[in-house]
Write a protein that binds this ligand. Sequence first.
Ligand code: GLN
Length: 455
Amino acid sequence: LATLFLDRIDASDLNAFLHVDRELTLAQAKVADSRLSDNNAGQLTGVPIAHKDIFVTRGWRTTAGSRMLDNYVSPFDATVVEQFNAAGMVTLGKLNCDEFAMGSGNENSYFGPTLNPWDKRAVPGGSSGGSAAAVAARLAPAATATDTGGSIRQPASLCGVTGIKPTYGSVSRYGMIAFASSLDQGGPIAKTAEDCGLLLNAMTGFDERDSTSLQRPKEDFTRSLNDSLQGLRIGVPKEFFGAGLAADVEAAVRAALSEFEKLGAQLVEISLPKTELSIPVYYVIAPAEASSNLSRFDGVRYGHRAADYGNLDDMYRKSRAEGFGEEVKRRILVGSYVLSHGYYDAYYLQAQKIRRLIAQDFQNALAGANRQCDVIMGPVSPTVAWDLGDKTNDPVANYLADIFTLSTSLAGLPGMSIPCGFGQGEKNGKRPVGLQIIGNYFDEARLLNVAHQFQ
Ligand code: GLN
């Protein structure tokens, strides 16, 4: 199985993989083989997986898509990688992503963009573009990804595969290179909800090395896959269907909603009035946390160091100027600004308060005595995948495209994307549309159930 996928990866021109190492993979596959013959195998033993290049791995380089970490090899494995290794999964390599997971099109990778397998003129989405493209092109049956403001759901949507971001705190962030720590959450991208459930079973759990890891009993995320959807109340937020939503995406999402009605569910119009504010709030909080997290890349402890420099300050300055790309620098500047004395109250603190209100919107719909629905559905991305290069010089256009994914991240809720049809690309290519399913905290098993009944 590992050889089959490695051969496909070799033959692929999508630039989804940044690092492969046949020997390392085959050595792991051998161990899996012997576990299988010793009857010491679990459900995932021997199944290949590829990791977003933001999870550190012993043996493989880990670059986070940045020149800063071009030749970095971690001395330890991320908890998530450790968990999959322990389950007997076989690592195929490391997947391309936007630099430090900042982006929505995988075009911010120092190693060049990943191409969308459905239409190579299109972006695969981001930041986990390599993960989604690899699964869509059958270069890997499963991939890890991370979602800070949509980076699991949006590339899954644009590549026509399934991805789930679990409740914040469910998956360990240890060894996941930090972007915005109060938002970052790992999760799987795979072909189906069932596969995602099996992967979540392996990758969730308390980790004392992550200070925001949640202590919860182990659960089987596949336990309700076959439950009926009779009587399920689906909240349809009116703010997710306003101006800016492309007609082809709306049509595919509405068609999916009708399918759910046929499966016995009931549609309820709801309102999440603070949705629009999630863009300014996220683009204050995420850069603020990023500017702090990225201060560790100073050319001293690890990372790129400039070849020629004068004094220490000059070394920092040159190393960071050379090591970071444009988008990362932009975020460090914005983040440092909103955290600085005199602006902290006006921007950062204000954003934190609105973040609370955004979370409250969801609780009004999903919780309490007057709850209106069991899950929420809507589009993941306002458009299908756009053409490579179309938004490269317009960061704000990229930020605006995150409108439907950011609020879930700010609230820390679980959200997933499942394929629900196709729209038209600008040049008439057939490009996938994803349906977003959002649930209350710890309702992953229900999200997977809802997705599985549709698939
Ligand atoms: N597109 C968003 C950003 O650029 C989200 C990225 C992510 O979830 N990692 O920040």
